[in-house]
Design a protein around this ligand. Sequence first.
Ligand code: BGP
Length: 489
Amino acid sequence: MSKTYQFPQGFLWGGAVAANQCEGAWKEGGKGESVPDHITAGSITSPRRWTKQIEANTYYPSHHAVDFYHHYEEDIALMGEMGFKCFRTSINWARIFPNGYDDNPNPEGIAFYHKVFQCCHKYGIEPLVTLSHYELPWGLTEKYNGWASRDVIDHFVHYAYTCFMEYKDEVKYWLTFNEINCAMMPFGTIMGLGMVPEYPAMDFKHQESKPQMQKRFQALHHQFVASAKAVQVGHAINPDFKIGCMIAGHTCYPYSCNPKDALAAQHQNNMNNYFCGDVQVRGEYPYFAKRYFEDNDIHIDITENDRIELKRGTVDFYSFSYYMSSVAATQPVETKGDDKVGGNVFGGVKNPYLKASDWGWQIDPEGLRWYLNDVYGRYHIPLMIVENGLGANDVRSEDGKFHDTYRIDYLRSHIEQMGEAIKDGVDLMGYTMWGCFDLVSASTGEMKKRYGFVYVDRDNDGNGDLHREKKDSFDWYKKVIASNGKDLD
Ligand code: BGP
């Protein structure tokens, strides 16, 4: 028997996906190419690669993904059956503006998302839409080197305006950029910023040059301004819109009570969770940015007008993804075996109190409660967890079913900590678990790493008949939603 928790009335229970990881149909319906269409499949041992030309005989998982483009009715019906209140998806910018900089939108792309959102409403599901989830149109990479150029701001605002106008009666909740803080790490160069990286391999461990780092932070600044402008445009179109930021959330602990470790952990939490949060929630760079820029020889071109826009375009709520925590150690740490842990955005030293997933992500539900309290304490605006889940290699049992009890355990333990945080006084508006039906992994580009309540028959090489099948977690989550989080057993 789990403890019983009281979730607010109208709590937004649901699931989340991103267009490039599920839709496929990369050349259909007038869609242009987007950045992920140029990123190959990979695995935990061999990093994904970015290629300028699409290579023959190379597998690019976004091209067909799990074909949500043709299966959306079936997928949304399954979410409806689970009782979802909210479905987070993204609009693939290149479906609306094939090159990113076109004057007029593509009518087929516009029509597709109308169908998706209308289908959600048929089941009483509120869409939550990310405007940019790691899927910049390739045309903007070719023409401008992505967000390196200030020109992309206007193209984004035009795209955001088009979406807000089109879908204003169907979508109330919006996010501007997915995990905007990934732009602070080398990993974000191609994925988040659509900029040509120094290395073709998306190797999360490589260190880049100072000039590249300078470019990344300038590009991030362009995204901040674009987001702030879009927020203002959105509120002018519909004052009822709720527009949020989206941060890759992460709790970092000091390895020991050595004050040096404590300072190192504080620095990491500041940089990861507050740097972008402060700009988007408070409308200004945090006090510690100045020193960080000086220490790293970064000089950002911030105009007076940019500062005004940032102040005017602050968000209505703070949303984030949460998968894991990490540990900061300033002295060498003695652990058995590999002392490092993985993560798509974060890494760090192994925490001896925690277990990790098969992909090396340290599972830490209490870290979620810590994070919720910490961030709420700073901003005092509603929070939403828009990604959380367990990537696992689901294997069919002898009875032909998927008994994913480990996923249920993972989700239950995190939902319990959400309940604790709500008791603590945190204003939490919703929870959309990541990858509600199986889809392509962002960091490794594989299907084997599955998150879903629904199994999708597709493998790492693109084989499979794409049929959908419920896992045990499907009925469990249905019960959780029906009881508004009271029944977690
Ligand atoms: C987040 C991304 C998602 C998603 C998730 C899980 O960082 O916003 O797009 O993919 O992580 O990561 P992965 O797919 O690498 O397991």
